[in-house]
Design a protein around this ligand. Structure first.
Ligand code: MN
Length: 411
């Protein structure tokens, strides 16, 4: 990576370095939401930069409440906007130095969901997570179902309940039946969990009947976000056979507000795990298609400070995003700009890298301790879960900020 120096102050260890420049939707005071790019502790107001005549894209694209129309312009244009901003933040005689109003402090802004999500799909692509869940819910000897190493398993999730980081989440009510109950009961979930995931945002639509190859898949991916797929394990356990997750998942998923482009993540590509047995030809791929992104989950309560409870990495994914997209479209299913496809819980090999409380507390059997000594197996009311992620190489950091959410009592 060539070294770039920006004249904008960027704190050391900032996720939003000059190498990153993620896109998001922000608003300040009572103004309408609009598009921005994060740099250090600030946001570059893209509509204002465009109005100064410094971008090729009309300011109207940046004055919308979502990025969908901008993203739909295509990578040739969106990448150029990002590189033009990068140049303006680096060059000594930058015209932006004369327009301080172009910069908004992130702490003075409110972030919004960056895209309108038409459809949301959740995969199940971490072999460590699928194995752990299989051991707990089914058979410790044959944890993986026979299809798992042949198909990037997934399900269609609910798009309407995807919310931006910081949105408070109500504990879901639902039907629960444990093994010792004769009949199901209606109650607040008492096995509320998070799932540490990353999601990619579709950047290029397809026609019905069209397939996307693993080779072309990157052209259809705009960028990535952190994703917390909140899950009610007790509701899930009773409802999921035979058609899969439903109300145990659909009550909410939270995502981070800044979309980190695939181009910004290019230097962090890494080889994925060996796939055995060999995959069918439409799932074959070339090159390094995993990404080395360090992930962590932390938890705080009304009485206990934030502490890290898990550290994982996006590189562990057995099925990569290119394979997920090729599989998703292999039957001709069309995709649209703004669709979110999430990875599934990202667990690593050992206990310190598990991406859900189901695994961390091993089905509720192994409580863990928070900062103030209080114990948890699942999430209690007023607990806050925060996920963070970043890639780093040669001192150059590209990060995602965070996705956080606090659980409120049921209504
Ligand atoms: Mn999930």
């Amino acid at each position: 990576m060539t070294t770039l120096n920006t004249w904008v102050p960027v704190p050391e260890k900032s996720d939003f370095s000059i190498y990153n420049l993620p896109f998001g939707i922000f608003s300040k005071n009572t103004e309408a939401p609009k598009a921005g790019i994060a740099i250090g502790e600030q946001i570059v107001d893209l509509a204002l930069v465009s109005e100064l005549g410094l971008l090729d894209v009309d300011a109207g694209y940046f004055k919308k409440s979502t990025l969908n129309d901008f993203i739909a312009l295509g990578k040739e244009i969106t990448n150029k906007v990002r590189l033009d901003i990068q140049k303006l933040l680096v060059i000594e005689n930058s015209p932006l130095k004369n327009y301080p109003e172009v910069f908004v402090l992130q702490k003075d802004a409110r972030m919004h969901l960056p895209v309108h999500v038409g459809d949301y799909t959740d995969f199940y692509s971490s072999i460590e997570h699928a194995t752990n869940v299989g051991k707990m819910f089914r058979d410790p000897e044959n944890a993986l179902l026979p299809n798992w190493r042949h198909i990037p398993v997934g399900y269609h999730g609910r798009a309407s309940s995807i919310v931006v980081s910081g949105t408070e989440i109500r504990r879901p009510m639902g039907q629960v039946k444990t093994n010792d109950m004769k009949a199901p009961v209606f109650q607040a979930s008492n096995r509320l969990d998070f799932e540490l995931e990353m999601g990619f945002i579709v950047g290029k639509s397809t026609e019905l009947g069209e397939r996307v190859s693993t080779k072309d898949a990157a052209n259809h991916i705009f960028g990535l976000v952190l994703f917390n797929d909140w899950s009610a394990r007790d509701i899930q356990k009773w409802e999921y056979v035979p058609l899969g997750p439903f109300l145990g998942k659909s009550f909410a998923s939270s995502m981070s507000p800044w979309i980190v482009t695939l181009e910004a993540l290019e230097p962090f590509k890494i080889k994925g795990p060996e796939q055995e047995p060999e995959v069918l030809s439409y799932l074959e791929y070339e090159g390094d298609r995993n990404y080395d992104i360090q992930l962590e989950v932390s938890m705080s309560t009304s009485t206990s400070e934030d502490i890290t409870i898990s550290k994982s990495n996006f590189k562990y994914m057995y099925w990569n995003m290119m394979q997920q997209l090729a599989h998703h479209t292999v039957n001709g299913c069309n995709i649209n700009v703004g669709d979110v496809m999430a990875s599934g819980t990202i667990s690593g090999k050992d206990e310190s890298s598990y991406g859900s409380l189901l695994e961390i507390s091993w089905g509720g059997k192994k409580p863990f301790e928070l900062k103030d000594g209080s114990k948890r197996t699942f999430i209690e009311n007023n607990d806050t879960v925060t996920m963070r992620g970043f890639a780093e190489k040669e001192g150059k950091r590209v990060g995602f900020g965070e996705v956080t959410g606090t659980i409120l009592p049921s209504r």
